[in-house]
Design a protein around this ligand. Structure first.
Ligand code: AVI
Length: 325
């Protein structure tokens, strides 16, 4: 049993952006709340549990690919780069890369300062000779990286297919922003989950033990706790669907009956069967991934997959732009 972050009855000070996103998202049609709000302490623990589920193939598959790919990455990019990881979290994949490319500096970027300091400490202990410079920031916006690494060639690292949680418009914006932060000549190592059959995709987002359901429903519990809501959580069910047109798995919270609730003093009504859209997880075929990278200003230079072709890891370079043929 995972321990809840805050005991029942205790209320925390809400992030104003969380309040705004929830109130606006519940009022609009279709209703939708950004997936970034899943990750309070409990949500992060549940996500960690998801990554170990038998149905959730992406984490173990990408880790296995990186074991093979990282020594080859080192051959291509050389040693001594500054590794900049976007949304470092508590990744178990980072040591695989650090072992292989022997960076001079490691810069993990994360919006959650606590999490960042904790995971940086663990890494610094494991790599005592490595300079670790944690950087607390929202990597979706423009970044000015520490001056210490201004003249060091950069290797960006963005594993986990987190790019898939953005609609393509935002994904391209992010790739361009990364290019701007890391500069021309930088290299990016990025993971993207591939398109595959629903028989494999849907269980990955709707597991038999209900961990993903708990992860999704925790958003409602967080709203109740932090925004003074009275949403009847038991009247919602987790739903995962494959949207073939957009090549993405969508997660929704579906009202199982007509219901009414308040959040932050605002009243909402939902009919039975209506949903709140909570996450998109886009999947990219090999060519889709290459086009996405190029649209974001990155030229693919190498790629790896697993024997079943479930997941893709791509190495791309921020080359000088050549807009016309
Ligand atoms: C973090 N992200 C890449 C996960 C995914 O697969 O889209 C989040 C997740 N949602 C449900 N399960 C996992």
């Amino acid at each position: 049993m995972l321990k809840p972050e805050i005991e029942d009855g205790e209320q925390t000070l809400a992030d104003p952006q969380f309040r705004a996103d929830v109130l606006e998202g519940l009022a609009r049609r279709p209703r939708a709340i950004p997936a970034r709000w899943f990750y309070d302490r409990r949500g992060s623990e549940l996500f960690e549990a998801i990554t170990n589920l038998p149905e959730y193939y992406p984490t173990r598959t990408e880790r296995a690919i990186l074991e093979t790919a990282c020594p080859e990455v080192a051959d291509i990019v050389g040693k001594g780069r500054a590794v900049v990881e976007f949304g470092s979290g508590s990744s178990t994949k980072t040591p695989i890369l650090l072992e292989a490319v022997a960076p001079s500096v490691y810069v993990p970027i994360d919006i959650s300062g606590d999490f960042l300091r904790q995971s940086s400490k663990v890494l610094a202990e494991r790599f005592p000779d490595l300079l670790v410079l944690p950087f607390e920031a929202d990597f979706m916006g423009p970044l000015s990286l520490p001056k210490t690494i201004a003249d060091t060639p950069k290797l960006g690292f963005f594993p986990g297919s987190t790019i898939g949680n953005m609609i393509p418009l935002m994904a391209v914006d992010l790739l361009r922003a990364m290019r701007g932060s890391l500069g021309v000549g930088a290299i990016l190592l990025i993971g993207m989950d591939r398109i595959k059959g629903e028989d494999m995709l849907l269980p990955a987002y709707d597991d038999a033990d209900g961990v993903t359901a708990a992860f999704n429903l925790n958003l409602l519990e967080r709203i109740n706790r932090e925004l003074g809501g009275d949403i009847p959580v038991e009247a919602f069910q987790h739903k995962a669907v494959w949207n073939d047109d957009r090549a993405r798995v969508e997660m929704h919270l579906e009202a199982v009956r007509d219901l009414a609730f308040t959040v932050d003093g605002r009243s909402f009504e939902m009919a039975g069967g209506e949903t709140i859209h909570t996450e998109n997880s886009h999947k990219y075929g090999v060519r889709d991934a290459r086009i996405l990278l190029r649209a974001g200003g990155w030229t693919p230079v190498a790629e790896w997959t697993d024997p079943e072709g479930l997941f893709g890891v791509y190495l791309a370079e921020a080359q000088v732009e050549r807009p016309a043929p």
